[in-house]
Structure formats: structure tokens, C-alpha cells
Design a protein around this ligand. Structure first.
Ligand SMILES: Nc1ncnc2c1ncn2[C@@H]1O[C@H](COP(=O)(O)OP(=O)(O)OP(=O)(O)O)[C@@H](O)[C@H]1O
Ligand SMILES: C[C@@](O)(CCOP(=O)(O)O)CC(=O)O
Length: 186
């Protein structure tokens, strides 16, 4: 069964994608399913290199050691099939009315979702100033922070919602209010 709405979240490293989508999931409970495009990438990498999948899926420093290699490998797959990981991630989603995709990174991700699910798509950008991201552990890495994985959506300007999760941010319930307003129109 197709969902009634698909929320695509994007944001730079340590902007708070997981933090906000975890809160949203907590509020929506079993009405929603959280989908991560990086999940099939991390599963593949864990199997190939005999790594700890749970650590790769967590917020830990562990995954940062492999980020550059995972970006390079996943981009080589995307060159042949830009929708590969989006399709793979969605294929495991269950029949919930609201899908939360927590890690949109490339224009081709948005293209695949819009081609596949048409007007069910809403795009949400999470922004946070660099100082706040640094306080959360962000450290610039060449090959990671200056490539498509982190920068391709910097000039995308058709977001349905933009949420500030940096300096001056609202309390989390208020940050999520505009999303509940979107959902109330369903
Ligand atoms: N509004 C907030 N208030 C308090 N802590 C926050 C907030 N937003 C994020 N954080 C904390 O900042 C850290 C980074 O957030 P999170 O993991 O959600 O970022 P991310 O965008 O998913 O990062 P990455 O892309 O590197 O995985 C986490 O420890 C998280 O708990
Ligand atoms: C390899 C990659 O999927 C890692 C994403 O890790 P995370 O969403 O930051 O936990 C990033 C990418 O696909 O460019």
C-alpha cells in the first residue's frame, strides 16, 4: 500500500536530521515509518568489510571512519542507476500512511521520489549554523564536506519547509508544528 504523504528531510552533517526525525517519529508513533537511504549502503558495507552494522547506523564516531569510502562506493553505483538506494530503502518500508525519509542528499534523490510518488512528496530542509554544528561534533573533511553528498542540495530552493535547528532555534515541539500543519491537511 502506498503512503498518503512522504516527507523528505535534508540537512548538512550535524544539522540534526536524526534528532528531529526521531522526535517526529515519537510524536506520530505507529502512523509513520522512518526510511534511511543510507541503510542499504551501510548494510552492504558492513557485509563486505565485516563491520558492525549497528555502529554504522548509530550516531557514533565509528561510521565517520568509513564515510568517505561509503560515499565513493555509493556514488559509483548511483552513476549507473541514480535511484538504486532510494528504491532499495523503500522496498523494505511497511504500509504506514506517513513515510519520513531522513537523509535526502542529492537532487537525484528528490527526482527519484517525485518521479515515483509524484505529489505525495514534501521536501524539508534542516538548517543549522556552522558554530552549532561544530559544537555537536562536526569537523570539516575533504572529500566529504565539499562533494555532492553534502553540497548537492545547497542551491536547491524549492523546499516546502525550512526548519532552523541552529542558534535561535525554537523548542522542538514548535519546530515540528509546521509539519503537523502539513499532515493535518491529509
Ligand atoms: N535541537 C537540538 N537540541 C539538542 N541537541 C541536538 C539538537 N539537534 C541535534 N542535536 C544533537 O546534535 C547531534 C547531531 O545531531 P544528528 O545526529 O541528529 O545530526 P545529523 O544531521 O543526523 O548528523 P549526521 O548527518 O552527521 O548523521 C546529536 O548528538 C543530537 O542529539
Ligand atoms: C554514505 C552515506 O550514505 C553515509 C550517510 O550516513 P548518515 O546519514 O550521516 O548516518 C552518505 C551518502 O550517501 O553520501
Amino acid at each position: 500500500m502506498a503512503p498518503s504523504i512522504i516527507l523528505l528531510f535534508s540537512g548538512k552533517r550535524k544539522s540534526g536530521k536524526d534528532f528531529l526525525t526521531d522526535h517526529l517519529q515519537h510524536e506520530l508513533k505507529d502512523r509513520c515509518e522512518v526510511i534511511k537511504i543510507s541503510a542499504p549502503i551501510k548494510s552492504h558495507w558492513a557485509k563486505e568489510k565485516n563491520l558492525n552494522l549497528n555502529e554504522l547506523l548509530s550516531h557514533s564516531e565509528y561510521k565517520e571512519q568509513y564515510r568517505l569510502e561509503m560515499i565513493r562506493w555509493s556514488d559509483s553505483v548511483r552513476e549507473k542507476d541514480y535511484g538504486y538506494f532510494c528504491r532499495e530503502a523503500c522496498s523494505h518500508a511497511s504500509a504506514k500512511p506517513i513515510w519520513i525519509v531522513s537523509d535526502i542528499r542529492r537532487k537525484t534523490d528528490i527526482r527519484w521520489f517525485k518521479e515515483t510518488y509524484k505529489d505525495l512528496i514534501k521536501t524539508i530542509r534542516i538548517v543549522a549554523d556552522e558554530e552549532t554544528r561544530i559544537k555537536r561534533g562536526f569537523q570539516f573533511q575533504d572529500g566529504v564536506d565539499n562533494v555532492a553528498s553534502e553540497c548537492d542540495l545547497d542551491d536547491y530552493d524549492e523546499w516546502d519547509l525550512v526548519i532552523n535547528n541552529g542558534e535561535g532555534r525554537l523548542p522542538v515541539q514548535e519546530q515540528l508544528n509546521p509539519i503537523h500543519q502539513l499532515l493535518s491537511k491529509l
